[in-house]
Ligand binder design. Structure first.
Ligand SMILES: [Zn+2]
Length: 485
């Protein structure tokens, strides 16, 4: 079955045909590591994770590359302002490398929590400075660069004929659009508003922590050059899919295309896939509006990572997702429905599978695959999952489902989970308590019998903190459960 993707380049849904057999080169713009990611960032990464999972479900071998921007991303899109990582280091009075290390770790922790598959290759900008210098030298040789004294080396976008083709606007129109939207400030010395920095000189009055020698002077790379250089280094001059948020279309990705294609003369990327933003309670998320959430903020309110992930995948990636707690509650109910269904299936008495059920399984599987392959139509795919659940629940109620059928239904749900990524298998394996916890529970029981409740409480606290297991004393004895996150 073919996969269709909406290609931002050309703005239409097209059949996905990789450059090489069943191999896919996938590049996703990674985080700028100066702060904790917010839920809007994480929604994009979950969407991209679904894309990778769908490709893999279809038998493609995906090389997934992600950059970590630890230098060069300035507070303004116009190549002015402060480097975000250096700024965080200044405010927190610490080292810029330490800031980058800390927030990169925090980012990947959130990815792991949301069951986002780790990229095949993770690359840091600061590890590729010499590659970037070489790349800029090539642009210079080909006449695409100019120097702004005391500022940096710039890319002359007027020299790249197709500049801005990703936006669907021509050069003149895009210039007008950027001016009107004030997305880019005017920098003295820039020939066009669309021109961008390839190399920035270190400011004269401030000592930067991250700076390097270059043929043009001491400084640091621009943000856009990082993605061009690192994607091409690991995936080749032309590769299959480049992902990112929609905000990257007019500037960051347009600049990547200009630099890369100016150097190679070849097409940079075959398919551009862009994810829409998150609104919170219908508004743009911002710290000043008080509607700014990190993943931790949401989990601290008692929701689980599964519910957050479910909410993210339940909207189409090209639709704005309105994040509300009402929506999260609905996600919670949906996740519970799937889990309850699995538990019910496990209890169905033995018996051979039936032919009639096999055809239902085959039909449902095909429908699901068709939906996810149709530009990742997850809302449709989830509707198919729930239609299946409703139908089979009815069969269970009417005692029409055999044990063999139930086993196959479980398998199908787990097959769906290849794309959903909700770790549903966790609900099928009987959990065994680690020996040390078992011993602690026994000693707590002895303390309780000796009426040493203080010690019993301390042991209970230790078990919670160290092992993430909560004990509940019931009339039938002590029960335990894991804190679900
Ligand atoms: Zn990028």
């Amino acid at each position: 079955m073919v996969i269709k993707l909406f290609n931002t380049m050309g703005r239409r849904k097209v059949v996905f045909r990789p450059l090489k057999d069943k191999k896919v080169g996938l590049y996703c713009c990674g985080p700028t590591v100066y702060d904790y990611p917010h839920i809007g960032n994480m929604k994009t990464y979950v969407n991209e994770d679904v894309l990778r999972r769908v490709l893999e479900l279809n038998g493609y071998k995906v090389t997934h590359v992600m950059n970590v921007t630890d230098v060069g991303h300035l507070t303004s899109q116009a190549d002015t302002g402060e480097d975000k990582v250096e700024m965080a280091a200044r405010i927190k009075r610490t080292n810029a490398y330490e800031i980058a290390r800390f927030f990169a770790e925090a980012f990947f922790k959130d990815c792991d929590l949301l069951n986002i598959l780790r990229p095949t290759i993770i690359v840091k900008a600061t590890d590729h400075i010499s590659d970037m210098i070489e790349f800029i030298k090539k642009l210079e040789e080909k006449g695409y660069t100019y120097r702004i004294e005391g500022d940096g080396i710039y890319f002359d976008t007027s020299k790249f004929k197709a500049y801005g083709k990703l936006t669907g606007m021509n050069f003149k129109k895009l210039n007008k659009y950027l001016k009107a939207g004030a997305r880019v400030d005017v920098v003295p010395g820039k020939k066009s508003i669309t021109d961008f920095a390839l190399w920035k000189f270190s400011p004269k009055d401030v000592k930067r922590q991250m700076e390097w020698d270059s043929p043009w002077g001491v400084g640091f790379p621009g943000w856009h050059i990082e993605c061009s250089v690192m994607s091409m280094k690991y995936l080749g001059d032309t590769f299959d899919i480049h992902c990112g948020g929609v905000d990257h279309i007019p500037i960051h990705h347009s600049n990547e295309i200009a630099q890369s294609e100016a150097v190679t003369g070849k097409r940079f990327v075959k398919y551009w896939v862009h994810c829409e933003h998150v609104l919170v309670e219908g508004k743009k998320m911002s710290k000043s509006l008080g509607n700014y959430y990190t993943l931790k903020d949401v989990l601290d309110r008692g929701y689980t990572w599964r519910e957050v992930r479910y909410l993210f995948i339940s909207a189409h990636y090209r639709r704005q997702l309105n994040f509300t707690f009402e929506g999260l509650n609905a996600a919670k109910a949906s996740v519970k429905r799937i889990i309850d269904f699995l538990k019910k299936l496990k209890q169905v008495e033995k018996g051979a599978g039936t032919k009639k059920f096999n055809s239902l399984l085959a039909k449902t599987k095909k429908e699901f695959l068709y939906a996810v392959n149709d530009d990742l139509n997850l809302p449709k795919a989830l509707a198919i999952v729930f239609k299946f659940i409703a139908y089979v629940n009815k069969m269970i109620e009417l005692r029409q489902l055999t044990g063999g059928d139930a086993e196959k239904a479980i398998k199908l749900i787990l097959w769906f989970d290849n794309v959903l990524g909700l770790k549903l298998n966790d609900y099928l394996v009987e959990e065994v308590l680690p020996d040390e916890v078992r011993a602690l529970i026994d000693s707590r029981e002895r303390a309780r019998q000796a009426k040493d409740f203080e010690l019993a409480d301390r042991i209970r606290e230790t078990i919670r903190e160290k092992y993430g297991i909560i004990l509940e004393d019931t009339k039938d004895g002590t029960r335990w459960r894991r804190i679900s996150r």
